[in-house]
Design a binder for this molecule. Structure first.
Ligand SMILES: [Zn+2]
Length: 136
């Protein structure tokens, strides 16, 4: 995917990939201390719940909303399914995923399922018929 993007003059790099439990715990704790638990839960997973701990999720380039308006962000949104990835937390799905829109966060599902999810217009929770709410 990086190579194909590079052929088009686009630069895609991984800002955050695999995270250990301890790393996620520290990250989440810092966000809770800074913004409070309710706010942190909208953009950061509690330790043990982050897709980054699975090794199947990647944050690309700048981890900001501006990424969606870059050539790279647009290309990723339109093409990542061809490489087995989906935009895991789409716009307008926060009530289902529990997460704010994250144009930079992609999740590997394999090409077959990723294409199916992409063309369905559903987020992963809707596609699988599951909830990602914490039990509390
Ligand atoms: Zn992420």
């Amino acid at each position: 995917m990086q190579a194909d993007a590079a052929d088009l003059g686009l630069t895609i790099y991984i800002s955050s990939g695999f995270r250990s439990y301890d790393y996620q715990a520290g990250l989440y704790q810092r966000y809770v201390e800074r913004d409070g638990k309710e706010a942190a839960d909208r953009y950061s997973a509690r330790p043990g719940y982050s897709e980054h701990q699975s090794g199947l999720a990647f944050d690309l380039n700048t981890i900001t909303d501006d990424f969606k308006d870059t050539d790279e962000g647009r290309w990723v949104a339109e093409n990542c399914y061809k490489y087995g990835f989906i935009i895991r937390y789409p716009a307008d799905k926060e009530d289902v995923t529990g997460y704010m829109y994250e144009p930079w966060h992609i999740r590997y599902l394999g090409t077959e399922i990723a294409e199916d999810v992409y063309s369905s217009g559903l987020c992963l929770e809707e596609y699988l018929g599951i909830t990602s709410e914490y039990a509390e």
